[in-house]
Design a binder for this molecule. Structure first.
Ligand SMILES: [Zn+2]
Length: 346
């Protein structure tokens, strides 16, 4: 039996939602992760420090008493965000980062930003006082093909922000393309990127081949194999600019298996097993700790966690639980299309 001990990981991008779904999904993250950056795209979105503080309390109530976990809260950036309120929310520790959604890019992003120029004064304040900017990097123009939206965002929007404000700490979140890996690698030390387990595990065939697979539909959408390979390469080599952000995004079964299904993959339950297997398949297990436990903390100027976890490779592949129950409804748990032998020691 093979086993490895690593620093306890963090998940730098989670969707906990609210109410009954929140209660069901929070323990799936807190079981293995020490900290998470929590996304603010509720309905209505988290746009004030008061909302963020109340949301944090609801999350904390859902953490099992056996788990130690620190939720790091974000504010949803709009064209109306007040820079002075933002400043005091950050200084009070009510928020950790600010999230930029281009209007209409994904689930509950209608209040997002249409014109980047309108938010530049807020971004300047964030640069001054060191608030990280987290970006959903896709344009939303109808004319742009869904598979090209990340690349076009980088060329048209991100490059502008990086050039105007080179000192702003930026995370290009859940990157999906070779172009993103190159842009971030070549950028200055303030630019980093997070990568999800499903974008490392699957290419776009997993949505379409053999019938439509709504549970593999997410935004940014899965891309071609060359892009998956590029993501895997930066995650498994010792590039400190890339780290885990699962983008775990629960939706009830009916909202996924629908004529107009929601975007999002709920992946927290077996995330570490799947990543250990992916890294093992690439002969890159020694890099796993950097990707899931060190690089993100470095980018966010935080200490790495003190606790450790152990991963064990079993002789037989694991059988995954298919669903998480939310009262009498269900959420589909992500599973990849390859055998997984690794699990977290309890
Ligand atoms: Zn997300």
């Amino acid at each position: 039996m093979e086993e490895i001990e690593i620093i306890k990981p963090d998940d730098w991008h989670v969707h906990f939602r609210d109410n009954e779904i929140l209660k069901a999904v929070v323990p799936e993250t807190t079981r293995h992760f020490a900290r998470s950056i929590v996304m603010p795209n509720l309905t209505p979105p988290i746009v004030s420090s008061k909302q963020a503080t109340e949301y944090k309390k609801r999350i904390q109530k859902a953490i099992p008493t056996t788990d130690e976990f620190d939720p790091l809260m974000t504010l949803y950036l709009t064209e109306k965000t007040n820079k002075n309120e933002l400043k005091s929310a950050f200084k009070n520790g009510d928020i950790f980062a600010v999230k930029l959604y281009p209007a209409g890019a994904t689930t509950n992003s209608d209040s997002g930003v249409k014109d980047i120029k309108k938010i530049m004064p807020v971004l300047e304040v964030m640069t001054e006082i060191g608030i990280p900017l987290l970006i959903h990097g896709e344009v939303t123009d109808k004319e742009v093909d869904i598979f090209d939206r990340e690349k076009v965002f980088i060329d048209q929007k991100l490059d502008f922000i990086c050039k105007e404000l080179p000192e702003l700490r930026i995370t290009l979140e859940h990157i999906t393309t070779k172009e993103a890996t190159l842009y971030v690698s070549e950028g200055n030390e303030n630019l980093a990127a997070s990568i999800t387990p499903h974008h490392l595990a699957l290419n776009r065939n997993s949505i379409f081949v053999g019938g439509i697979k709504p549970h593999n539909y997410c935004l940014p959408i899965l891309k071609r194999e060359i892009h998956r390979k590029a993501l895997l390469k930066v995650a498994t080599t010792d590039n400190v600019k890339f780290f885990l952000g699962t983008d775990t995004a629960p939706h009830l079964l009916n909202d996924k298996e629908s004529a107009c299904g929601c975007a999002g993959v709920f992946n927290s339950t077996y995330c570490l097993s799947i990543l250990a297997q992916l890294f093992d398949n690439e002969n890159a297990l020694p890099q796993l700790e950097n990707f899931i436990s060190k690089n993100g903390a470095k980018h966010y100027h935080l200490e790495v966690n003190k606790e450790k976890i152990t991963l064990i490779k079993s002789s037989q592949n694991l059988t995954f639980k298919k669903y998480l129950n939310v009262n009498d409804q269900k959420i589909k748990i992500f599973e990849p299309d390859f055998p997984v032998f690794w699990k977290v020691a309890e």
